[in-house]
Design a protein around this ligand. Sequence first.
Ligand code: PLP
Length: 395
Amino acid sequence: MAITPLMPVYPRSEVRPVRGEGVYLYGEGGEKYLDFASGIAVNLLGHGHPHLTKALQEQAATLLHVGNLYGSPQGEKFAQRLVDLTFADTVFFTNSGAEAVECAIKTARRYHHVKGQPHKHTLITFSNAFHGRTLGTISATDQAKMRDGFEPLLPGFVVVPFDDLAAALAAIDQNTAGFLVEPVQGEGGVRPASKEFMVGLRMACDERDLMLVLDEVQCGVARSGTLYAHEQYGIVPDIMASAKGIGGGFPMGACLATEKAAAGMVVGTHGSTYGGNPFAMAAGQAVFDIVANDEFLARVRSMGDRLRAALEQMIPNHDALFDSVRGMGLMLGIKMKTDSRAFVGYLRTKGILTVAAGDNVVRVLPPLTLEEAHIAEFVEGLSAAAADYDVPEAA
Ligand SMILES: *Cc1c(COP(=O)(O)O)cnc(C)c1O
């Protein structure tokens, strides 16, 4: 048999972590890695954070799962916390980012359906977007590598260039339900949308009664330096998907919505066996205990500024390799003049973990709890690796 027991859909690297401590991961043979990938923006509190660990241990011993047949004191409490802290009036808990986006898409469609306008079913989405790997969420991107061979995909999506307000507005027709957009594209290459773009989408939604659906699965939950990235644009969505960092490493997500936007989401319209179970709620609460306060968020912004400044200072020393730094808070991207995937692989051999993204970007996604010494360690390691790096011949 040639196929591996783990379905071979990932190009897994040689790094084989078995233990983590703070911002470090340790491999099977004891190799030490500086983890500036955070499981792709998930481990906001690093590895083995005492508050999260204790909360999970206690909840595991108390109650893991009961299903959504019963009242949920744990779910009500965490949903209320999200409602208090955000634009939202109501929350549906999921187990992943893609499911949170699915719920957001369904909520937007149902809004128009119950308003007696079922023809308004199309979401305008954006080039190089990433919304997950379900059939619905791959239908919402134009990335061929995710779509090829999975047709027929879901109708009801129109893709226009990212950050191009004129194109987005021109795509509106009588079937438009709204927009689905990442305020900061993650997989697409750490690209923050411009303020004019986000404000323009909001205004168009207000004028035409459309749904502004944000995918903050990667940029949300303190990563950008505010609890959610849209706060920095001075706008609010109608519906928003959150996941990745929200459980600090426990798989969970959430679809948040205003009361108006959730008008169609009545009994029987949606569900999830695991979604919002007591264990997941304990994870979410523990993460929010740490990140959802002004001091922590201010620290994310100042650490982000320091890291960015240090990277910008380093770039001129390696200007054949690096072009620029972009992003928000501790969601940073180094735009390279060469293949970022190969360089990310080289960094791994030097004990530094980052994540490649589209547009030849190296994603820098440290745990939000990092210390200044880790920034210095990262930038020194990156600079030394850049000095030693032989750019591979173009294939
Ligand atoms: C990771 C990601 C998703 C999908 O999340 P999963 O938990 O992998 O399903 C959706 N949207 C964005 C912006 C992401 O970064």
